[in-house]
Design a protein around this ligand. Structure first.
Ligand code: NDP
Length: 497
């Protein structure tokens, strides 16, 4: 396979970064081999920074999905992974983490090229994936059961067992970390796996698959079906899977849940958000400006926990917005592989057009739209950082998940007003409180309807911290010990004495 690269992009890549793409091709990975896909649907791999098609691949068909699930089932049932000693699973997962870390430079370049994100952010993604993998490798030997105080004529135990075949459907904004939130606990507890990455970002998942084999994870334990929505729909409806973990939009999450209902498959859903950042008058203002910047410009706002709604004390509003716009002028918009870039393109032409349309509609509806830097005049999918004030609560720009570099600002009058505005969203993924008043921090945190509340900080992720949403942001928690519930089943054994 030949990868086409714009000359200016070729110059930014380390030599050899894409050599691995020549062999094997991008195709379904089933039972330890890259298969010829049984479908004519061709998907472009596009560089969002130039709009150029790098290469193409064929989408996995429903038959490919069925084969992948069958391979995972065979690998589960014959015990090649589930019946390994937990120490052996831990050792191989640690080996995989070491391999991933050793290749981090290459994978970060691949990820920056494929997603458009700045290289520095792509490096953090790989480091996070490694950390999550090491964390769950340790869990392989720690998922203990219990002895239950049943009537004394019995010995009763509850032990943790793997569920079986776990499936994952993942999005394009954080391809490797979000895959790892699902893959690492699934494998640690002895399950087998089928992954469907977003059609727009298949490269890092394909790379990881190669590393799984090198780490000694047996064939059939990890299977991958690259493809678009139809491939995901076939996986979600498969009668052969025991659990499906999904990250993406609320609408597709609902479709996944409907499909899973037909087969009574366990579901966990991490969906979108419209996360509020509440800045009170007693906040450390420079720190709050930093937090709001990080919350909305990171990954060009394509983050499920993007702090896309700034709620600020009315007395601070004008000064805060002015400071934010001043600081935003320092952002450097450009290709993700350019070391100077701090704000990359959006993932696709569709996403750019969607974000632009939402902003134009807000302006037409009377909002005050301010951008601080023109998007570069080239073919990538760039949108400038945008701050929208004079917004009406409930207006589409204030209510819908934009998934772009767009911040809406609403003033509040007091604590009750701030909490009311924060909770008025259909979403409930994350939130932040900026205040130096300890009592207020506790009062407000308790009242916010969100899976995570950050206080005087934003966007802190760690393998130990459970993550997930409420309301339209989904249910189920990833990361931390919460994953034990999602990737194991309790078995009760009762022995008559
Ligand atoms: P989707 O929810 O459609 O995509 C997420 C994943 O689901 C992708 O792998 C996608 O495949 C797959 N998929 C699509 N249709 C189906 C289906 N019917 N059954 C099963 N799987 C399916 O999100 P989009 O990429 O379309 O983005 C739209 C919006 O979703 C964004 O603007 C943003 O608001 C939100 N979003 C939220 C994310 C989060 O982190 N919570 C991540 C990404 C998007 P494919 O990509 O190949 O179509």
């Amino acid at each position: 396979m030949t990868v086409q690269l714009a000359p200016e992009v070729r110059g930014l890549l380390l030599p050899g970064t894409l050599d691995w793409l020549d062999e094997p091709p991008l195709s379904p990975y089933i039972g330890g081999t890259w298969r010829t896909p049984r479908s004519d649907t061709v998907i472009d791999v596009v560089d969002p920074g130039t709009g150029q098609t790098l290469t193409t691949y064929a989408a996995s068909s429903a038959e490919d999905v069925a084969d992948a699930v069958a391979a995972a089932r065979t690998a589960f049932d014959d015990g090649r992974w589930s019946e390994l000693d937990p120490e052996a699973r831990e050792e191989r997962l640690r080996h995989l983490a070491d391999l991933l870390e050793a290749d981090a430079g290459t994978i970060a370049q691949v990820e920056a090229l494929d997603t458009g994100k700045p290289l520095a952010e792509a490096r953090l993604d790989i480091a996070e994936a490694v950390a999550v993998l090491r964390y769950y490798a340790g869990w392989a030997t720690k998922a203990e059961g219990s002895v239950i105080p049943a009537p004394r004529c019995f010995l009763a135990t509850a032990t943790r067992e793997p569920i079986g075949v776990c499936a994952a459907i993942t999005p394009w904004n954080y391809p490797l970390p979000i895959l790892m939130y699902k893959l690492a606990p699934a494998l640690a507890f002895g399950n087998t796996f089928v992954a469907k990455p977003s059609e727009q970002t298949v490269l890092s998942t394909a790379y990881l698959t190669e590393l799984c084999a090198a780490a000694g994870i047996p064939d059939g334990v990890v299977n991958v079906v690259p493809g678009a929505g139809a491939t995901g729909a076939a996986l979600a409806a498969s009668p052969g899977i025991d659990k499906i973990a999904f990250t993406g939009s609320t609408r597709t999450g609902q479709a996944v849940m409907r499909a899973a209902a037909g087969t009574l498959t366990r579901v966990s859903l991490e969906l979108g958000g419209k996360s509020p950042q509440l800045v009170f008058a007693d906040a450390d203002i420079p720190a709050a400006v930093d937090g709001v910047m990080a919350g909305i410009w990171t990954n060009t706002g394509q983050v499920c926990v993007a702090g896309s709604r700034l709620l600020v004390d009315r007395r601070l509003h004008d000064e805060f917005v002015t400071e934010l716009l001043d600081r935003t002028r320092d952002l450097v918009i450009g290709h993700g592989l350019d070391p100077a870039t701090t704000l990359g393109p959006l993932i696709s032409r569709d996403q750019r057009d969607r974000v632009t349309a939402l902003v134009e509609r807000a302006a037409a509806d009377g909002a005050d739209v301010r951008t601080t830097a023109p998007a570069p005049g080239r073919d990538g999918y760039f949108v400038p950082p945008t701050v929208v004030t004079r917004v009406r609560p409930g207006q589409s720009i204030e209510r819908e998940e934009v998934f772009g570099p767009v911040l809406t600002v609403l003033p509040f009058d007091d604590e009750d007003d701030a909490v009311r505005l924060a909770n008025s969203s259909p979403y409930g993924l994350a939130s932040a409180v900026w205040s130096t008043d300890a009592s207020r921090v506790h009062r407000v945190s308790r009242r916010l309807r969100a899976g995570t509340v950050w206080v005087n900080t934003y966007g802190v992720f760690h393998p130990t911290l459970p993550f997930g949403g409420v309301k339209a942001s989904g249910f189920g928690r990833e990361l931390g010990s919460a994953a034990v519930e999602h990737y194991t089943e309790l078995k009760t054994t009762v022995i008559g004495l």
